[in-house]
Structures are given as structure tokens and as C-alpha cells.
Design a protein around this ligand. Structure first.
Ligand SMILES: NC(=O)c1ccc[n+]([C@@H]2O[C@H](COP(=O)([O-])OP(=O)(O)OC[C@H]3O[C@@H](n4cnc5c(N)ncnc54)[C@H](O)[C@@H]3O)[C@@H](O)[C@H]2O)c1
Length: 339
């Protein structure tokens, strides 16, 4: 008798801060079974175990990886653990969805990508914004050629006062890799590049500064609290970026705008600016259903598909971030190297 095709994937989640969102995503998705969790924090572990009725709950993630029936894990740990834990999981034969940023730098990301390749497993990035309804909608218009050639974009995520866990791993460069650039910039740069059709970044000019040193009273705070950058792409397009955890600005704001020869767009809310029959027209698309990243990850595993947010996308992002930090240090434009 031919073997019956597997229709569900067994998942585990490592790290139960943001990981709780992953856990709930797997519980809701029809092609996912959540079978285990791991966190060194016993309170978080027991709370999730009891609240969601999860059978396998471990303080040591190696015990989760040792479950034979486990197919894949989410790695939702502090940034410095993304590489070692993802590599452990891949070497244990498990597919991995890793939180953003992929790692502390591009070299780490590349090592993770190569491990996944060697093991023949999927390494997906949790670039959750790509899966949003409004972003998917713009992508549809872009792919249909409705924007013409996209030659410019600007994006940002600024906060008046919004430092995540000052004094925790977030503000410790060795543990986080950086401040709002690697924390928030990674989201807005990635989603904007995605809407532009993923052009190849070739050079960057950037500046990362600490304008609010008083946050160090909470503990180590050796990262920037503001960064700006100008990214050049191989196709001639450019992107301006601005991110902050603290800035004397009106209030928190996340924005993304793309400009093409036939149309431009802004979000959120989503509006497309174009010209129809010689008349300037604003389009406000109505149906904005997103995609479940968790269902998509399982679908990629079951049907051997490349994820919408792949390991290569993660490495590309890390190359941009590395170049912005390097440009800030060197006070000049930095060329991004591609083999
Ligand atoms: N995609 C998004 O929108 C989004 C939002 C928030 C955070 N994140 C990312 O998620 C990751 C985690 O961030 P967070 O806000 O949940 O941080 P957090 O500090 O709240 O949670 C991290 C968890 O990992 C656990 N942990 C630490 N070391 C461990 C180990 N060795 N083994 C098992 N568990 C361990 C901690 O006990 C904690 O519960 C970061 O990479 C962050 O950038 C992404």
C-alpha cells in the first residue's frame, strides 16, 4: 500500500515571550500540531503549559529537540541565541522558524543558512509583516505592474519614548546586536523591500546614535536609540530609513511609502496614489486578508515550498544592518559585498 501523505506538522516553540504568539498561531492553524514548549523561565513555562494544555514542557530546549515526533520549532529567544539554538535544532533534524532579526550579524545568518541547506531542512524567517493583508495587497498590485518601476521608498518606525526593557538583553549590544535599527528597522526595511519586489541592496550610508544616554541608569545600554540610513539597490532604486526608541517627535509612528513611475502607495492605512484616464486617483483597497505564517510554514514543510520569508531574505537583511552600523562607524558609504 502506498504511504499516506502527511497532512500535519508537529511543532515546538522555544522561548515564551514573543513565542507565545507563535504558540497561539500553531494552535489555530489546521495543518499544525503544537506538541511541546521550552523556556528557562519556569513561571512562563508552567503558565503556558497549563493555559494551553501542552503535554511536553521543558526548561532545557535540548529535551524538546530530542522528541522523535517533533518536526519543527520556532526559535523566539533573545537575538544572541538565534544562531546557536537554530543550528542545534537543524542538526537535530528539525525545520526552524526563527524570529527577527535572523542573528547578530550576516556571518551568523550565513552559517545558519548553510546548516539548513546541508541538512535539507527549511529555515524560515519570522518577518511577520510580509504576511499582512495590506502588504500582500500592495505586492499583488506591484507584481501586476500597476506601480511601473519603483525607484524610491521611505520607511520608518519612530517612538517618542519606547525603549523595550532598558537594561535587559535588548539594550546590550553583545546580546542584541544593536538598538532600534536591529529591533524595529528590520521590520520596516524588510516589508518595504518586499513591496518593492526585493531589489538587491548594494550600498548603504547610515548613522546610529545614542541621544538619550540616561537610559543606562537601568543597566547596560550600549546600543543606539536612533538610526537613519539611505540604501541603494542594484536596479537604481533607493530607500530612506528612520528608526528610534526615543526621539523628541510627536508620538509613535510606523510608516512605509513606495514610489513608482505609474503609482505610489502609503501605509497604514493603505492608499494607492495613481492616475486613471488622465485623472489623479486614490485607491483604498477593501479586502485585506493576511496569511497565517504558521500555516504557511507547515505548508512549506509538507509540500517542499520556499517560504515567503526565506533564510536568504534573513541574510540579506543582516548584510544591510551590518553595513548601516559600519557606515555609521566609518562616516562614509559602505558597499555591500556579494560573492
Ligand atoms: N516579530 C515580532 O513582531 C517580534 C516582536 C517581539 C519580539 N520579537 C523577537 O522575538 C525574540 C524574543 O523577544 P521577546 O520580546 O520575546 O524577549 P523576552 O526576553 O520577553 O523572551 C525571551 C524568552 O526566552 C527565554 N530564554 C532565554 N534564554 C533561554 C534558553 N537558553 N532556553 C530557553 N528559553 C530561554 C526567556 O526566559 C524568555 O521567556 C527576539 O529576537 C525579538 O526580536 C519579534
Amino acid at each position: 500500500m502506498p504511504k499516506k501523505k502527511k497532512t500535519t506538522v508537529n511543532f515546538g516553540v522555544i522561548g515564551l515571550g514573543m513565542g507565545r504568539y507563535h504558540l497561539e498561531g500553531y494552535l489555530k492553524a489546521p495543518n499544525c500540531n503544537l506538541i511541546g514548549i521550552a523556556d528557562i523561565d519556569e513561571n512562563r513555562l508552567n503558565d503556558c503549559k497549563n493555559r494551553y494544555g501542552i503535554e511536553n514542557a521543558f526548561k532545557d530546549y535540548h529535551d524538546l529537540l530530542a522528541l522523535k515526533e517533533l518536526d519543527a520549532v520556532s526559535v523566539a529567544l533573545p537575538n544572541y541565541l538565534h544562531k546557536p539554538v537554530s543550528i542545534d535544532a537543524l542538526n537535530a533534524g528539525k525545520h526552524v522558524m526563527v524570529e527577527k532579526p535572523m542573528a547578530l550579524n550576516a556571518a551568523e545568518g550565513q552559517e545558519m543558512l548553510e546548516t539548513a541547506k546541508k541538512q535539507g531542512l527549511i529555515l524560515m524567517l519570522h518577518f511577520n509583516n510580509r504576511y499582512r493583508g495590506d502588504i500582500q495587497m500592495i505586492k499583488k498590485f506591484v507584481d501586476a505592474g500597476e506601480f511601473g518601476d519603483i525607484y524610491y521608498a521611505k520607511t520608518g518606525w519612530v517612538r517618542r519614548r519606547g525603549v523595550p526593557g532598558a537594561g535587559s538583553w535588548f539594550s546590550n549590544k553583545k546580546l542584541s546586536g544593536g538598538g532600534p535599527l536591529i529591533d524595529l528597522g528590520v521590520h520596516v526595511i524588510d516589508m518595504t523591500m518586499y513591496m518593492m519586489g526585493c531589489p538587491k541592496p548594494v550600498a548603504v550610508s547610515g548613522c546610529a546614535v545614542q541621544a538619550f544616554p540616561e537610559y543606562s541608569k537601568y543597566g547596560t545600554f550600549d546600543v543606539e536609540d536612533f538610526a537613519s540610513a539611505y540604501i541603494r539597490f542594484e536596479n537604481g532604486a533607493t530607500m530612506a530609513v528612520e528608526v528610534s526608541w526615543a526621539q523628541n517627535c510627536p508620538s509613535e509612528k510606523q510608516f512605509s511609502e513606495i514610489y513608482g513611475t505609474k503609482a505610489g502607495a502609503s501605509l497604514s492605512p493603505l492608499v494607492i496614489w495613481t492616475e486613471q484616464n488622465g485623472i489623479l486617483t486614490d485607491i483604498e483597497p477593501k479586502s485585506l486578508r493576511g496569511i497565517s505564517q504558521f500555516e504557511h510554514f507547515a505548508d512549506c514543510i509538507l509540500n517542499k515550498k520556499t517560504p515567503i520569508s526565506s533564510a536568504q531574505d534573513g541574510v540579506t537583511m543582516m548584510k544591510i544592518l551590518d553595513a548601516i552600523y559600519a557606515s555609521s562607524e566609518l562616516k562614509r558609504e559602505v558597499v555591500i559585498k556579494w560573492e
